[in-house]
Design a protein around this ligand. Structure first.
Ligand code: SAH
Ligand code: SF4
Ligand code: F3S
Length: 478
């Protein structure tokens, strides 16, 4: 591919990136006329919704340039791994994949391998990849993802390996292309980074300081999504409850929600994640008052022990967590509460663990993400005395058992009720699958043409982590 890098590039963003996208597009078109072949890509996304959203942006840029998604990773000309480092096993997977991709390069010498995302922001990882994984062609981090087109053009033109990692974020660059997975639902970043420094967590180190997008940019994006047929939006941030801090014109998360609720066409609003320490009464009031806000709240507990919570730097205790959960349940009857729990944080005693089980029972979660503590280099907890696996693994299994009991008890209460389900896709068993207002997964028989619609479904059977239901007949009077 020949790219004319001598053409002057604008300094300003996003114009600069469009310049590189256009250069690549031209080069790709020329290549295509000559060879008759289209270049293809494959993106594997690890980690959380933040990475999923970033991958949509990478996809948007690639499709703009003229790349098309490969049917299988092994057929792709450009393989991208958008990595996560929140726990060690996420990192191990990437190293495994790199070994496997090395073989692909032998079959397809034109194959380019690109790594990006949170893991690349860790010095030790970068060093290891630089030294031991020469098969990687392009590496960038979380702060300069918007420069993807420029980096890709530089890599193509130079024919050599490009590594560009920034230690801190720059400006928030708006208005770059993005390609969504679903037509009817979309995620919207409202903020980036995190300032909370929970002692076990690496996110603040790899995602940088907390910064909020301007409300007018968020509202414009959501209006455009609504005009594009999107019915459900999910607002993303590591701690949405502190949205607006540091903006020139301060605004709270609850205030932002009221503004979003005015946008016509958006029928469902969800958000993730809320830190219990910043869960305000105003937000609880908004949950009650805004009909489009779905009755589901993800409120990470991490531990039920006040002592452990203190050492985790979470800034709330067991009593405060229970009080906030009860306030939500009182304001929004039938609300589903879900959570994240870490087992085996350094120094966790049997008593601490039992406090966690106690909160699980008292709150009655509808679902939970559970993790065994994984030490992350550079975080304060990594140098605390670690709990042995013989202790953590049985606790983890006990937690799952209690969770399943609690979830099943809740599920039984929800049976035979009719929910409104946004039909998303066809599941493996051939049924449609979608989510209730309360974010519960349901499989039900219905024609494929219902995908993207909100339909009434009655829950018939609980499978603990999902339900089987049936579509209620609807009567449409023309
Ligand atoms: N900002 C979100 C969480 C982002 S990370 C919040 O505060 O809720 C998602 C989850 O991963 C966390 O809630 C936590 O439960 C888990 N986690 C983070 N670091 C971890 C570690 N070192 N070991 C195990 N689990 C971890
Ligand atoms: Fe990590 Fe805590 Fe920030 Fe969540 S709030 S991303 S757990 S440091
Ligand atoms: Fe992982 Fe980064 Fe998200 S570390 S959990 S992908 S913010």
């Amino acid at each position: 591919m020949t790219i004319d890098m001598t053409r002057p590039a604008p300094e300003k963003e996003p114009e600069r990136q469009y310049h590189f996208m256009d250069l690549l597009k031209e080069a790709l078109e020329q290549e295509q006329t000559e060879s008759g072949k289209t270049r293809t890509y494959s993106i594997t996304t690890m980690g959380c919704q933040m990475n999923a959203r970033d991958s949509e942006k990478l996809r948007g840029i690639l499709e703009y340039i003229g790349y098309r998604e490969a049917a299988r990773e092994k057929d792709a000309d450009l393989v991208i791994y958008n990595t996560c480092c929140v726990r060690e096993n996420a990192e191990q997977k990437v190293y495994g994949k790199l070994g496997y991709l090395k073989g692909f390069k032998k079959q397809n010498p034109n194959l380019k391998i690109c790594l990006c995302g949170c893991m690349m922001q860790e010095d030790a990882v970068l060093e290891k990849i630089q030294k031991s994984y020469p098969q990687v062609d392009l590496i960038f981090g979380t702060h300069n993802i918007y420069k993807f087109a420029e980096l890709l053009a530089t890599m193509e033109e130079s024919g050599s390996r490009i590594i560009d990692i920034w230690q801190a974020h720059g400006e928030i660059v708006e208005d770059l292309p993005s390609l969504r997975k679903f037509g009817f639902k979309a995620s919207v970043n409202i903020m980036f980074g995190c300032d909370n420094f929970c002692t076990y967590c690496i996110v603040p180190y790899v995602r940088g300081r907390e910064r909020s997008r301007k409300p007018e940019e968020i509202l414009k994006e959501i209006r455009d999504l609504a005009a594009d047929g999107v019915k459900e939006i999910q607002l993303l941030g590591q701690n949405v409850n502190s949205y607006g801090r540091g903006l020139e014109e301060p605004i709270t998360f609850a205030e932002l929600l009221y503004k979003i609720a005015e946008i016509e066409g958006i029928e469902r609003i969800r958000f993730m994640t809320s830190h219990p320490k910043d869960l305000s009464d105003d937000l609880i009031q908004a949950m009650r008052d805004i009909p489009q806000l779905m009755p589901h709240f993800h409120l990470p507990l991490q531990s039920g022990s006040s002592e452990l919570l203190h050492r985790m730097n979470r800034h709330y205790d067991k009593a405060r967590y229970l009080e906030r959960a009860e306030a939500l349940q009182a304001a929004v009857p039938g609300i589903s509460l879900t959570t994240d729990i870490i087992v085996g944080f350094p120094g966790e005693t049997e008593e601490d663990f039992e406090e966690t089980l106690d909160v699980v029972r008292k709150v009655g979660f509808d679902s939970a993400f559970t993790f065994i503590y994984s030490p992350r280099i550079g975080t304060p907890a990594a140098v605390m005395e670690q709990a042995p696996e013989e202790v953590t693994k049985p606790r983890f299994d006990r937690l799952l058992k209690v969770l399943e009991e609690v979830i099943e008890e809740n599920n039984q209460k929800r049976l035979h009720q009719t929910y409104h389900v946004l039909a998303e896709s066809v599941s493996k068993n051939g049924m449609l699958t979608g989510r209730t207002e309360t974010n519960q997964l349901v499989h039900f028989e219905a024609p494929e043409c219902m995908i993207g619609q909100i339909v009434p479904v009655t829950l018939d059977e609980s499978k603990i982590y999902y339900f089987i239901g049936h579509l209620e007949r609807t009567c449409i009077i023309a």
